[in-house]
Design a protein around this ligand. Structure first.
Ligand code: Z5A
Length: 219
């Protein structure tokens, strides 16, 4: 987790970045953080699973190919990491007036455990309600691309695939479809970005969406 200090502070907002593996979240998160800072706000950048010492240990566990997890075990580890993240980082940072930017959050759970692992959405909603109540990101950027594109990009720079990356094409296509479903249900919160475009196009579209978001909040 990295914290950037910038003045002036205002009540913070929670922004998330989502997408299939290899969609290009790194460039998008860098652009979001710099756009928020240029507007004069401080940003806490974090990620899921992870974002805390406990969360990072759980991340290592859940991404490990040394184990086979039942879908229920997997989702509970992910929510355990999220519970810690919420209480230790996200809520205190927002209360202190920082903006919080997370690389993945609960939409990933609907996409990977709901779409991919086929846990019914209603079951996920029950755990979400218990742990988060009605807390949601104010803005989510969904980097959408064909799953073959994401896979190609990952294989270009990595040969040690984690447990999710090593799952088959059908799994990743279900993940993508679940994301599309989430975005179509919440168009105000979830903004699509065509991640098949060049990095500079993705950066420019990201910047525009975030600037509009900031502009609306400052009206
Ligand atoms: N997971 C879950 O199952 N349930 C949950 O609730 C949560 C997570 C929260 C870890 O996440 C895993 O956890 C994830 C789902 C599961 N699945 N996996 N694996 P992660 O976000 O850490 O892992 P990831 O999605 O695999 O991250 P990644 O591989 O780093 O992907 P990325 O961040 O989207 O990509 P990137 O690192 O920014 O870019 C990948 C490469 O592509 C890199 O060389 C770039 O230079 C290149 N790239 C990026 N954009 C472009 C464009 N536009 N053109 C050309 N090349 C590009």
């Amino acid at each position: 987790m990295s914290k950037h200090n910038n003045e002036p502070n205002a009540p913070g907002h929670f922004i998330t970045v989502e997408g299939i593996d290899g969609a290009g979240k790194t460039a998008a998160t860098e652009t979001i953080a710099s756009t928020i800072e240029e507007a004069g706000f401080s940003v806490v950048s974090t990620r899921e699973p992870g974002g805390t010492a406990v969360g990072e240990a759980l991340r290592e566990l859940v991404l490990s190919r040394d184990f086979e997890f039942e879908a229920e075990t997997e989702i509970l580890i992910i929510f355990a990491s999220r519970a810690q993240h919420m209480r230790e980082v996200i809520l205190p940072s927002l209360e202190a007036g920082h903006w919080v930017l997370s690389d993945r959050f609960t939409d990933s759970t609907y996409a990977y455990q709901g779409g991919g692992r086929q846990i019914v959405f209603e079951r996920i909603r029950q755990i979400e309600n218990w742990l988060l109540g009605d807390f949601k990101p104010s803005l989510t950027l969904l980097l959408d691309a064909d799953t073959d594109i994401g896979r190609e990009r990952i294989l270009e720079y990595r040969d040690d695939l984690d447990r999710f990356e090593s799952l088959d094409r059908a799994f990743h296509n279900r993940v993508r479809s679940a994301y599309v479903k989430i975005a179509s249900r919440e168009p105000e919160r979830v903004k699509f970005i065509n991640a098949a475009n060049s990095i500079s196009q993705v950066r420019s579209e990201t910047r525009q969406i975030v600037q509009e978001f900031i502009g609306k909040r400052m009206e």
